[in-house]
Design a protein around this ligand. Structure first.
Ligand code: C5P
Length: 397
């Protein structure tokens, strides 16, 4: 749903009992950050008042083609140009017939003719009206001639008591379909492998060494890459955040397990992003039983963990490899050193000593460093930064 943020949605409502659900749809869209403008047909106003939709959308509702007052504000041609997407929900049999005929006999049909924005309709009507040969012929025509998307209708119990096809798709599902329309295809056909979160290095069956990584940055990158059309796999240490939609998450605990999971998935990977905070060391010996506190002091002998990203970047057919450098001092020089030493294509440096943008926070601010250039991305949410980083990476491919 993040994809709907700041999108300009022109919502057309035609006359049908499902029009009452349009109020919920407006709420879902504005809640997802859309700017919604509602256009109603004459029939729609019999089912739901413009005032309700004005209050929910926060914008005046448009319903008349030749209203001088409305034209003095945002005229119909401006409105047609304003829209990023037009969705008509519900679309009645009568509206569909007028659309198929190419008519411009009210504001909504005129906008559909005048706008170059993509258009989808969500039909809603009695099942016999939907199955009627004329409606079906109109649907075929608007699909083939005008490549308008038809979302639904659903099957089931109808307001009139009939059972069959004709129910409007539920508002939340319409909002999700709309969000999918804004997916970028920049990484389509590409496979992205991301390590995320901390690792846990066991000391004994109940204790481990770990760090404060939340996994948020890696998961945000996975979301942004998926939204850009990539097939995404996360190899994740233990985290408390939900898996992103349509992303495969492989859960691991230790650095050794993370390395094995990465190697198993590396073939065909186009982009590797090491966002995990991999523990640098692990206990040399794992006690098989819980260690008892018999002594005043104890020492744990640590050995170095494999450097996962360096092993990936050392391969002859290495993917485009992006690392992170979480530093508390001399950020740039440490990050540049790691770019070189680990043979990375890009490293993303961030200052984890700053509480507002460090581990576990929702924001970040980074400097993207490549061999020949550096670019600073100021503080933003981890999701917004992830989108910027993914777009930066995409430009390099
Ligand atoms: O050396 P340092 O831990 O600061 O390097 C950070 C980068 O290296 C990150 O991209 C991290 O995911 C990766 N890394 C790794 N395996 C390790 C240590 C770090 O992949 N054992």
């Amino acid at each position: 749903m993040h994809r709907l943020r700041n999108k300009r949605i022109l919502l057309g409502i035609s006359g049908g009992i499902a029009a009452y659900k349009s109020a919920e749809l407006v709420r879902a869209l504005t809640g997802a950050g859309c700017d919604v403008r509602v256009v109603m047909t004459q029939g729609a106003k019999e089912f739901i008042t413009p005032l309700t939709l004005q209050a929910l959308s926060g914008n005046p509702v448009h319903h008349s083609l030749l209203d001088p007052e409305a034209e003095a504000g945002m005229g119909h041609i401006e409105l047609a140009k304003w829209a990023d997407f037009i969705l008509v929900a519900p679309a009645s049999a009568n509206f569909i017939a007028r659309l198929a005929a190419g008519m411009g006999d009210d504001l909504l049909t005129t906008l559909c003719l005048a706008s170059i924005a993509p258009l989808a309709i969500a039909p809603a009507m009695n099942q016999a009206m939907w199955l009627d040969a004329s409606t079906q012929a109109n649907i075929k025509k608007i699909q083939s001639v005008k490549s308008i998307q038809i979302w639904g209708p659903d099957q089931g119990q109808q307001a009139c008591g009939d059972v069959g096809p004709g129910r409007m798709i539920e508002p939340i599902n319409l909002a999700q379909l709309l969000a999918q329309q804004f997916e970028s295809k920049a990484l389509s056909g590409k496979t992205v492998l991301i390590t995320a979160g901390p690792t846990r290095e066991a000391i004994d069956p109940v204790r481990y060494i770990s760090n404060h990584s939340s996994g948020k940055m890696g998961y945000a990158l996975a979301t942004a890459a998926q939204e850009a059309g990539a097939q995404v796999v996360i190899i994740s240490g233990p985290v408390q955040i939900p898996p992103p939609d349509r992303v495969q998450v492989i859960s691991v605990e230790s650095a050794q397990q993370m390395l094995e999971a990465v190697e198993a998935k590396l073939a065909d990977t186009d982009i590797f992003i090491g966002a995990a905070a991999v523990a640098d060391y692990r206990p040399a010996n794992l006690a098989t039983q819980k260690i008892k506190k018999n002594n005043d002091e104890m020492a744990i002998h640590l050995v170095k963990n494999p450097d996962i990203i360096a092993l990936v970047a050392a391969k002859s057919d290495k993917p485009f490899t992006v690392g992170f450098a979480a530093e508390t001092q001399d950020i740039l020089s440490y990050a540049r050193g790691k770019l070189e030493k680990k043979n990375l294509d890009m490293i993303i440096a961030n200052d984890v000593s700053n509480k507002e943008i460090g581990f576990n926070s929702d924001d970040n601010a980074v400097i993207v460093i490549e061999k020949d250039q550096e670019k600073e991305y100021p503080q933003a949410s981890k999701y917004q930064l992830a989108q910027q980083i993914i777009s930066h990476i995409t430009n390099k491919l």
